[in-house]
Each structure stands twice: as C-alpha cells, then as structure tokens.
Design a protein around this ligand. Structure first.
Ligand code: ZN
Ligand code: ZN
Length: 349
C-alpha cells in the first residue's frame, strides 16, 4: 500500500491507496454546472501527473527556440506550466488530516474551489500540502503538491493490478448515456483523445469505419475535420483488444489499461489508437438485452442505437492538448486542424 504524508512533519495525509494510470479526463472542464463532476478516480487509488502543472506559467512567446519541443510540446499553447511535475491525484474522501484554508480559496472560481493554487493545509504543522477542486464543471479532486508531500509508506495497495481478463470481468466500463440522455463527460474526453491519436496515425487519408457504433462516435467529427470519405485510398478503423479477434484493419482502437496505462498490443502493420478502458470495454462487449420470443432475426442495422440519441461532441480542449503533444501535429495538414482551435477553446470542431 502507498500512503502519502507531509514532507514537513511526516504526518500521514491519505488512507492506503493503489496506483492507477492518470485518466484522460483528469483535467477536464465539462459544461457549466450545476455543481462539480464526480471524482475521476475510484476510492483507494491515486494517479501521478508526469507533466509540470500549476504556477508559475510561462507564455509560449517567451520560450527559447527548441525549448517547447524539448518539453514535449509540438504545437503552440497559450502558456505552459513551469510548476513541479508529479502532482498526485486522489479522490477527496481518501485524504486525511488536511483542511481547506478558506483564506486561500481564491476569488476566480464560480461556486466552488477551482484549484488555481494550493488551498489545503496539513493539520499537524500548517504546511500547504494540497489543492482541493470542486468548482462547477470540474471533477471533484485533491491534488497533492509534490514539493510539500511525499510517499511515507509504499507497497502493494488495496487494489491489485488486474490482467486484461480480470479487467473484462471486474471493470465493466462506463455507459455513454447520462440519465438526461446526454453523453457521459468521460466519453467526450476519451473520444477526443482517441481522435487526436487517430488523426496522427492517419496521415490525413480518409478513414473507413465499418462498425456503425464506432462510426457514430467518430464519423461526424472526422467529416468536419478532414472531409467525408473520398476516392483516395482508404484506411480502415476497427476495434481490437482482449476477447476480440485479431485486428483486421489498418488502425485499431485498443484499450488503455486503467491501472498500468499500457496499451493492448497489436501486430505490425496495424497502428494502435488508444482508447480509455471504460469506453473501450463498453464498445467491445455491451449488448442490449435480447428481445424474447422473436422468430425473425433482427438485422444489425435495425437494432436500436446503443449510444445516446444526439451526436457526441468530443472535448475540444482535451483534443488540442493531446494533439499538441504528438510529434505528428507538425505535419502541415494536421497543424492546420490544430490551428482552427485555440489552446483554451472548446470550439475546434
Ligand atoms: Zn458555478
Ligand atoms: Zn505537516
């Protein structure tokens, strides 16, 4: 088990937690309330953001030539963080003996805490140890500051790492539909990240998507970004992963392991397009209940839609931030798509 504690006084600040991969929607801002989004992480887990985060921020225009690429940014951003790398994400209920300091709540948020600066103090010594976030449209979260906290106990945690078969059995994924009929925010994030990876491997060629549910997710946005399928050579996008036949396409949507972050391996020359496990699992195995006493088989085209009625809008900010970290964005056609958006805009599609 891993327990995090205060670097200043050594007090334990979390319950025992197990490491998982940083979800693609860890930094999502979705809609405008009412209220915050559910925590990104399950109780008893933590994830580490490998990138610098938080203040101080550096404006893009002030970076030296080549500096951005050395930091893994291949397309312009408004600014990039020069803060510490390695912030630790937790579900708020797993934090112990740290309190929110009302004086540090800041005044830029709407109806909660937006987490611009650390706002939680260690009860024992008063050191600022974490940032609580619960503003509208943001996932409930506590981010531990790596400069003032550290691992005080380490070892296997409460959630052992599952193999792919175990994942299929125990982690059913997240249905795309919300009770109001809209898309779950995680799906908007997962689709945005997969779309960025898909464009990067596509070389700008048209992409054929035989599966009508996968087409329903990506086709409208792909048509807007690179135009409808034309006479040019087509590449095919299929689903691949545990429990499915070997990929029979040029590009394969493969699951990301939610604990280790590994991608399901595919054999050359198939190019993998990673998709968050909770979306992949649902696409791969969810089936609507069978209609009983039906003597005539239903054609797949006639089955009711498994996905929400209205079109998924992939998360524009997540799309741009993922794309900006893929070297392929330097290709002029893809850079032109990137430049249609702005680093802090939703409106790229
Ligand atoms: Zn609000
Ligand atoms: Zn302390």
């Amino acid at each position: 088990m891993t327990v995090f504690g205060c670097r200043t006084c050594g007090a334990a600040l979390t319950v025992p937690v197990s490491r998982v991969a940083l979800p693609v929607h860890a930094h999502q801002k979705y809609g405008n309330g009412p209220g915050s989004l559910d925590p990104v992480l399950e109780p008893g887990t933590f994830a580490v953001d490998p990138l610098p985060s938080g203040s101080p921020w550096r404006r893009w225009a002030e970076l030296e030539v080549g500096e951005a690429e050395a930091l893994g940014w291949y397309a312009p951003r408004f600014s990039i963080s020069d803060g510490p790398a390695g912030q630790v994400l937790l579900a708020p209920g797993d934090v112990r003996d740290a309190v929110i300091d009302p004086a540090l709540a800041g005044d830029s948020a709407c109806c909660g805490l937006d987490g611009g600066e650390p706002n939680m103090a260690c009860i024992s010594c008063g050191a600022l140890v974490a940032t609580r976030i619960d503003d509208c449209g943001l996932p409930q979260a506590v981010w531990l500051d790596p400069l003032t906290t550290r691992v005080i106990e380490d070892g296997p945690g409460p959630h052992p790492v599952l193999d792919w078969t175990g994942l299929i059995d125990q982690r059913p994924g997240i249905p795309p539909s919300e009770p109001d009929g809209g898309w779950h925010p995680m799906w908007a994030a997962a689709a945005a990240s997969a779309l960025a990876h898909l464009l990067a491997v596509s070389g700008g060629d048209p992409i054929l998507i035989p599966d009508h549910r996968i087409a329903g997710i990506f086709r409208p946005t792909l048509d807007r970004l690179i135009g409808p399928v034309s006479a040019a050579p087509e590449h095919t996008l299929v689903l691949a992963g545990p429990g499915l036949p070997a990929a029979d396409g040029d590009f394969a949507l493969v699951p990301e392991h939610p604990q280790t972050g590994e991608h399901w391996p595919v054999a050359q020359p198939v190019k993998p397009v990673p998709l968050a496990w909770d979306a992949w699992r649902h696409l791969a195995f969810h089936r609507d209940p069978k209609t009983v006493r039906r003597s005539v088989p239903i054609l797949p085209e006639a089955l009711p839609a498994l996905l929400p009625g209205y079109r998924l809008e992939p998360d524009g900010r997540i799309f741009l931030s993922v794309l900006a970290r893929l070297p392929e964005v330097r290709q002029p056609w893809l850079r032109a798509i990137y430049d249609r958006g702005r680093p802090y805009s939703y409106y790229v599609f």
